[in-house]
Ligand binder design. Structure first.
Ligand SMILES: NC(=O)C[C@H]([NH3+])C(=O)NS(=O)(=O)OC[C@H]1O[C@@H](n2cnc3c(N)ncnc32)[C@H](O)[C@@H]1O
Ligand SMILES: [Mg+2]
Length: 431
């Protein structure tokens, strides 16, 4: 590894120190007999200046390099309040690793073009900032999960059945059998709780969703938890503590990156502290109807309805107690109201809506068989899953958080596709 100083680590206090930098040409301009190159690396930027009288050779090389050329630059640090970071490097050496005559991404690039050249768009510091925030959210999640006694497990992605409905399964040939790409690790996490009690996984989940909305991907990263002995209210507490820790920790560690997208508009992020507000599905329907939304009890809330509902809150909030017929087969019927299930979604404010889907699971063998039949599915396709209700069944609950949806809310992105390295949607499989 080259023995370099990172751009962000060059400070005015290093005045007079010689440094070696390695990165990419981010900005370049010539003024008289000087060439200013703003160098970019993963840490940020620093201005370098090439003067003819300091090194004719380096000056001549610097004049020739194009934007996003990869270079190594050496020189002496000089404090300068006019420079973007208050400091610049008086360069006397440049090694051009690869010169770029024309970098395809220009200021007027369309969103579709940026997606077509996503592999080059990843040069962008603003895109890198999204990935740093995503990484820090998961770093925080791991910190919280470890200290709270949860075990990470690694479920299969090649599976034989639907969790969230057969309509969004990606089917593939598995030797002489049929397999599917996992929609959710949940069923496997439910098996893991009998030995580990509190488990979590981060896996890619796949949904052959034809809906082209701002919050749907066909492949997304899914943070899922499952716990024995917990009911719906217990798991909702876990959700709010986990999400709160993730958001507050990321605010602490990635403030600069968040401000790139939100500027100082971070009130709703700071509000993400327990307890999150809780409203019932019934109350949600009342609120929507009072705002003139045409929705009846029993109907599902889509992105538009959730967007309107989020206007009532300035923090993430729960909606609980959904009608049974709009929710998944595995959800436990509410003993106090058989029309409902013990399910709760967490909705992010500012129009983002659902970021978490969770529920208490049906732990009765007979009731689960009945639900599977009611949903038009075959119990024999879920034989192993039903076994979990035959050999020491316990009350248990869990949830799934869409990581891209959380990132989209934290950074106020206008589409979840910007929250993932290489977005997958119905119309995008390349690059
Ligand atoms: N372990 C569990 O209990 C998870 C459960 N089986 C499940 O998959 N619920 S979910 O379908 O609401 O998806 C969970 C979350 O997963 C995200 N999600 C769900 N579908 C998508 C798509 N298509 N694109 C992006 N993100 C998606 C979204 O935040 C949802 O709230
Ligand atoms: Mg859901």
């Amino acid at each position: 590894m080259i023995d370099k100083v990172y751009c962000a680590d060059v400070t005015p206090e290093m005045e007079g120190k010689r440094v070696k930098l390695a990165g990419w040409v981010y900005r370049k301009r010539e003024v008289g007999k000087k060439v200013f190159i703003v160098l970019r690396d993963s840490s940020g930027i620093v201005q370098t200046v090439f003067k003819k009288e300091l090194s004719e050779e380096a000056y001549a090389e610097a004049k020739k390099v194009g934007i996003e050329s990869s270079v190594i630059i050496e020189g002496t640090v000089k404090a300068d309040p006019r420079a973007p970071t208050g400091v610049e490097v008086q360069a006397d050496r440049i090694e051009v690793i690869q010169n770029v005559d024309f970098f395809p991404i220009t200021k007027d690039a369309s969103e579709e073009f940026l997606l077509d050249v996503r592999h080059l768009h990843l040069h962008s510091p603003k895109v890198a900032a999204v990935m740093k925030v995503k990484a820090t959210l998961m770093q925080a999640a791991r910190e919280w999960l470890t200290q709270d006694g949860w075990y990470e497990v690694f479920p299969p992605i090649l599976v034989t059945g639907a969790v969230e409905g057969g309509a969004t399964l990606f089917k593939l040939k598995y030797f002489d059998k049929t397999a599917y790409l996992s929609q959710s690790a949940q069923l496997y996490l439910e098996a893991a709780i009998f030995g580990l009690e509190k488990v979590w996984s981060l896996t890619p989940s796949f949904r052959a969703e034809k809906s082209r909305t701002r919050r749907h991907l066909t492949e997304f990263w899914h943070l899922e938890l499952e716990a024995a002995w917990m009911d719906l209210w217990d798991i909702m507490k876990v959700e709010e503590e986990l999400v709160s820790y993730m958001v507050q920790r990321t605010l602490e560690l990635r403030k600069k990156e968040i401000e790139l997208y939100r500027k100082d508009d971070i009130k709703t992020l700071k509000n993400a502290v327990p307890p999150f507000p809780r409203i019932s599905y019934d109350e949600a329907i009342d609120i929507l109807q009072s705002k003139g939304v045409q929705i009846e009890w029993g109907e599902d809330m889509g992105a538009d309805e959730e967007r309107i509902l989020t206007q009532e809150f300035e923090a993430p909030f729960f909606v609980y107690g959904y009608p049974k017929h709009i929710k998944a087969f595995y959800m436990k019927e509410d003993p106090s109201d058989p029309r409902k299930v013990l399910a709760a979604d967490m909705l992010a404010p500012e129009g983002y809506g659902e970021i978490i889907g969770g529920s208490q699971r049906e732990d009765s063998y007979d009731k689960l068989v009945q639900r599977i039949l009611e949903e038009g599915m075959k119990p024999e396709d879920y034989e192993w899953y039903l076994d979990l209700r035959k050999y020491g069944s316990v009350p248990h609950s869990g949830f799934g958080l869409g990581l891209e949806r959380l990132v989209a809310w934290v950074l106020k992105l206008d589409h979840v596709r910007w929250a993932t390295l290489f977005p997958r949607t119905p119309s995008r499989l390349y690059p």
